[in-house]
Write a new protein. Structure first.
Length: 575
């Protein structure tokens, strides 16, 4: 937690809804247990004008702001908005995550109540490989249903910080897996469909204030594709971007996300853009409002406001702490109307979500509950996303598809063959019923054996090679699972090599040299991997890329290998 910030950035804090801590440690609520569970609860708290659903959103938002004292206003400007007992307002948590399913990365989500799991869809880079707008929106819609269901039982929020639509330009970037890829058009189209699916907007008759199922947030604005590499971190990296590259590459996804998707949130990034912190680029933030019609709220990434001073040293005038906000207002350094404008944006989003419409059971989505999570329909959708995203990279001499009646035994090798925890990539929650690659193959060929080959995905030693070689010698078909996991690529961790980690390449070659038939290489991971050695090796017959497939990866892989789905429609002709 960062405690000291320059006074001039306190104003920025009001506009950005800094998302890592409460600006004031004191709370006006003496006993949270005395608060209603939801705002505008009848009969004690339903008479306020902001609770009147017949009034326009703008009128209700202005009324709520007018009723707050200055300390109460300030308490609303963090991800955990403070309670206001006298108005019947409980705390409100803005930070929830839903990149490819309900995730536990933010404080707004918990799997410790009546809901213990949620559908884990494939990581974004794999779903994007389907190039299917309808699929993208359907996945986002399913996530929204599960999120609303969890909200109704108090285990999730309503405002989600997804999608990640940064351009995956540097192949080493650890978070590239979270994005739709390197193409601005694909990222733009994905952004629109995800936001429309998640927000599920419908017109309530009032121009510019449609109601929403959830709030989506386009992140990270902008030119962000470095986390930690060498001596650089995302906190100090200065992206040097030409005007043409900005307009042609980095901005289109955000413009589409706002103009066509109508996203209700925009998150500014940690990095600097041409020498100025992204969260201090007033020109870019104003562009979103004035040119793209953005009418939602802007949030900084976690601690991004503090980083402007503490890491980037963009300002040389630190204040004692963010708690001096109140003093700053009284000294005239910040105008209260600036705070009010930020609050109007925040409350307008909450009003569109129905937060001030009374009890959950009375709103449009109050019927959703635990039975709407982990449904067969959502599992089938997750499976379809993997089916459409798998890419066949090589298939010498037509080895695939395998013919079930011709295969009596299979050996599957690699740590990821049985570790389903690998399949989600980053920003995951608690999957419903994950199926491993091993389980998937055994459903087709009961005589399927397994050896890890390496102790773990980094594969730093040859421990395990001998066991893997032994089972490979005896099997009709050998499937080798290699690639990446979060020890190689994730938030705050970029890659230093595009080759297979550690001794994985040696393991592939060792297995290929003893197997009865040329082996099948399955690549897992969200970033590009240089497998030129396998492309040229006649002992490696087939190569499939399966990304991070989520909870149904095992079934999808088996279907692809045995011809119940055809990944060849997306083949990259490298053989």
């Amino acid at each position: 937690m960062r405690l000291h910030q320059p006074l001039q950035w306190i104003l920025l804090f009001f506009f950005l809804l800094a998302s890592s801590f409460d600006p004031l440690a004191t709370s006006l609520a003496s006993d949270d247990a005395q608060l209603p569970k939801v705002p505008c609860e009848s009969p004690n708290y339903s008479s306020f004008p902001f609770c009147n659903t017949s009034l326009p959103v703008a009128v209700r938002a202005r009324n709520l702001v007018s009723l707050l004292t200055l300390p109460e206003k300030i308490q609303q400007l963090s991800n955990t908005a403070g309670a206001v007992p006298r108005l019947g307002l409980p705390t409100f948590e803005w930070w929830s995550e839903s990149l490819h399913g309900i995730a536990v990365n933010g404080p707004g989500v918990a799997f410790n109540g009546s809901v213990r799991a949620a559908t884990e869809f494939p990581q974004v880079i794999l779903t994007a490989a389907a190039f299917n707008r309808t699929l993208w929106r359907a996945v986002a819609r399913a996530i929204a249903v599960e999120a609303r269901a969890m909200y109704n039982v108090g285990q999730a929020g309503l405002t989600y910080w997804a999608p990640n639509i940064n351009i995956f330009r540097d192949p080493r970037w650890g978070r590239g897996q979270e994005t739709p890829g390197e193409d601005p058009l694909v990222a733009s189209e994905y952004a629109v469909e995800y936001v429309k699916g998640l927000q599920g907007e419908y017109d309530n008759g009032e121009a510019g204030s449609s109601s929403m199922m959830l709030s989506a947030c386009c992140k990270h604005y902008t030119a962000y594709d470095l986390d930690r590499w060498g001596n650089y971190t995302r906190y100090i990296f200065d992206a040097q971007v030409t005007q043409q590259d900005m307009e042609d590459t980095y901005q289109p996804p955000f413009e589409s996300c706002i103009k066509e998707g109508h996203a209700s949130c925009l998150m500014c990034a940690y990095n600097q853009v041409n020498g100025v912190p992204a969260c201090a680029r007033g020109d870019l933030l104003e562009k979103a409002r004035k040119e793209w019609g953005f009418d939602g709220y802007v949030t900084s990434d976690c601690d991004a406001v503090a980083i402007i001073y503490e890491d980037q040293q963009y300002s040389s005038s630190p204040e004692d702490s963010i708690a001096s906000v109140l003093k700053a207002v009284k000294l005239g350094k910040v105008q209260e109307e600036d705070i009010d404008r930020a609050l109007l944006n925040l409350f307008s989003v909450q009003l569109r979500l129905g937060v001030f419409d009374g009890d959950h059971a009375k709103n449009r989505f109050g019927h959703l509950g635990p039975s709407n999570l982990c449904t067969q329909e959502h599992r089938e959708l997750a499976l379809e996303a993997v089916r459409q995203g798998i890419v066949l990279l090589k298939n010498d001499k037509g080895l695939l598809p395998l013919r079930k009646h011709e295969v009596s035994s299979v050996a599957i090798i690699g740590p990821a063959a049985s570790y389903t925890s690998v399949y989600g990539g980053d920003y995951t929650g608690s999957p419903c019923n994950p199926t491993s690659f091993l389980e998937g193959l055994r459903s087709y060929v009961p005589r399927t054996t397994f050896a890890a080959g390496c102790m773990d995905m980094p594969c730093e030693t040859t421990v395990g090679f001998e066991e893997a070689i032994d089972i490979a010698k005896d099997a009709d078909i050998v499937v080798m699972v290699a690639g990446l996991n979060l020890t190689e690529e994730t938030e705050d961790l970029d890659r230093h090599s595009l080759l297979l980690p550690g001794k994985q390449m040696d393991l592939v070659r060792s297995i290929a040299s003893v197997s009865k038939k040329p082996l099948i290489l399955v690549l897992i991971g969200g970033g590009p991997i240089d497998v030129s050695f396998a492309k040229e090796d006649p002992l490696v017959a087939s190569i499939l890329w399966i990304g991070y497939p989520g909870e149904v990866g095992g079934q999808a892989l088996a279907e692809a290998l045995f011809g119940d789905l055809n990944p060849g429609h997306l083949i990259d002709h490298c053989s």
